[in-house]
Design a binder for this molecule. Structure first.
Ligand code: AMP
Length: 299
């Protein structure tokens, strides 16, 4: 099948209790595409500025990622600054500088329009809607978002939500959009608004999948050494959709397996800053962690 991923290519400044890193590679598209690249050859759509390192685009190409949908504009790349306290599940956005994203008019290259799976990664919901209108008849559309858009563009976000099959969001975001304190009620409320599958990310506690007629939970990998949680959600999404694209199936059994692969990819991302860990994994490492997950939940 085929997978198109739309999202941000970013330079991130990240502060953890131990370290501060300035302008390292980040963005929803970077993480999702790298995670997906271990299962399929994703095509990406994003915008970069003049300061985005050319070597990273080369790295994407080496990983089999189709970068023809990446536009380079005059100006600076999207910059996001986040800070983590002692609890890695809690982060504060310090700065969001849209830069070249401000005037970005995404165009899907012609042969991207026939994609089977479309992943609308975390970007402005108006851009997500624009991209969605260019895709011909995808078999599966997934979207992700972030608090900024829920707070600033709730109506645009709800319009996109009506047209997607899978919605990735963390527990706080689900409650916020649904205006409901109970997570299950909130998930069920959103299932009535469009998506047939909610994937609720719960940080170090894993993820909860709520379908119209099934519920499935996966643990997060018990990781003692969390260096930088940034990109865990995007890596989950990329791994999840990359796996479904590879097996060419949306059956419940494959969706469950895809969620475990999503968790596997997220668990690698958080073991280092930026894309350092996820950029050069071996198939054996991925399979071995998948098998560890299996052991964790078999009883
Ligand atoms: P995650 O930790 O999976 O939620 O994703 C973190 C990534 O999202 C970072 O690398 C940021 O560059 C990117 N990001 C943060 N805010 C935004 C935003 N408003 N639009 C697009 N990407 C963003």
């Amino acid at each position: 099948m085929s997978l198109v991923i739309v999202g941000s290519l970013a330079l991130d400044t990240i502060e953890t209790p131990k370290e501060r890193k300035e302008r390292i590679i980040g963005g929803s598209c970077s993480y999702a595409a790298l995670a997906a690249s271990y299962f399929t050859n994703p095509k990406i759509v994003a915008v970069i500025g003049e300061d985005f390192p050319a070597g990273i685009i080369d790295l994407f190409k080496q990983k089999g990622i189709d970068t023809r949908g990446v536009t380079k504009e005059y100006g600076k790349t999207f910059h996001w600054e986040g800070r983590y306290g002692s609890d890695p599940n809690q982060r504060t956005t310090i700065k969001t500088e849209l830069n070249v994203f401000k005037d970005f008019k995404p165009r899907l290259p012609k042969d991207y329009c026939n994609t089977d799976i479309l992943f609308l990664g975390n970007i402005d919901p108006d851009l997500q809607k624009d991209i969605l209108s260019q895709a011909r008849s995808p078999k599966l559309v997934a979207m992700d978002t972030i608090n900024l858009w829920i707070e600033n563009k709730p109506n645009s976000l709800l319009k996109v939500l009506e047209q997607v099959d899978v919605f990735f969001a963390n527990d706080e975001e689900v409650k916020l959009i649904a205006d409901e304190v109970n997570l299950i009620k909130a998930g069920n409320k959103l299932l009535k608004k469009g998506p047939s599958l909610m994937i609720i990310k719960k940080g170090e506690h894993g993820a909860l999948l709520m379908g119209k007629d099934f519920v499935f939970g996966t643990l997060a990998y018990p990781c003692e050494n969390v260096i930088d949680p940034t990109g865990a959600g995007d890596s989950f999404g990329g791994g999840f959709l990359g796996y479904l694209d590879k097996v060419n199936s949306f059956k419940e059994a494959d969706i469950r397996k895809a969620a475990v692969y999503g968790s596997v990819m997220a668990s690698f991302t958080i073991e280092d800053f930026s894309i350092e860990r996820i950029k050069s994994l071996g198939a054996e490492e991925i399979d071995s962690r998948f098998n560890e997950f299996k052991k964790l939940v078999t009883f």
